[in-house]
Write a protein that binds this ligand. Sequence first.
Ligand SMILES: CC(C)(COP(=O)(O)OP(=O)(O)OC[C@H]1O[C@@H](n2cnc3c(N)ncnc32)[C@H](O)[C@@H]1OP(=O)(O)O)[C@@H](O)C(=O)NCCC(=O)NCCS
Length: 187
Amino acid sequence: MRKLTVPVRTARLNLREFVATDLAAVHAYSSDPRVTRYLFFGPRDEESCADYLAELLASQRERPRTRFELAVEEIATARLIGACDLSLIEAKVVDLGYMLGVEQWGHGYATEIALALIDAAFSELRAERVISTVDVNNAASIRVLEKVGMRWEAVYRRHRRAKNRWWDCHLFTLPRAVWEDSKATLR
Ligand SMILES: CC(C)(COP(=O)(O)OP(=O)(O)OC[C@H]1O[C@@H](n2cnc3c(N)ncnc32)[C@H](O)[C@@H]1OP(=O)(O)O)[C@@H](O)C(=O)NCCC(=O)NCCS
């Protein structure tokens, strides 16, 4: 069975399982319209946050587990500052996502998260392909995907209808072979 070892540690972050007492911190960032501007959901009120947290706590117990939505904790402060996820959307295809509270933007955290989760997706979840879809106007997230070596593959016009509008999204992908080559170059 495919397993992800949690927590995933990076230099500055601890990507750990969510727990029920995270509700207030989850509400703090996911109720902010600046954070959810390019997300299909939100901003979330307290009730919606509680439903979301309950659903993701239940997903931790699923076997086989296909959704790994993790809390992003800043090691220096022990504060929960956002969320990130790997989801097995097909047998060997893993979808990557992340979001952070506004005060934590611009410190390279999303890049650090994406690099660590990509490594975990290939080495532990044995993915053949990591993908991410991003709103065409979400410049910061597009930049993160480029920085971690993901490649633009397609644009999906009217990819999804959410929050009363159609969303045009870019598809970024990283094949296993490219990731393996990048690791070999670093050795
Ligand atoms: C996307 C997000 C996670 C980025 O987090 P972050 O920790 O600030 O990202 P990083 O610091 O690692 O990198 C951001 C990069 O985007 C660049 N950037 C930021 N805003 C930008 C903008 N408006 N236009 C162009 N580039 C931008 C930064 O300069 C940086 O690139 P650089 O290192 O070359 O200078 C954060 O903005 C966020 O949480 N957004 C809301 C949720 C979201 O949209 N998630 C993604 C869904 S696909």
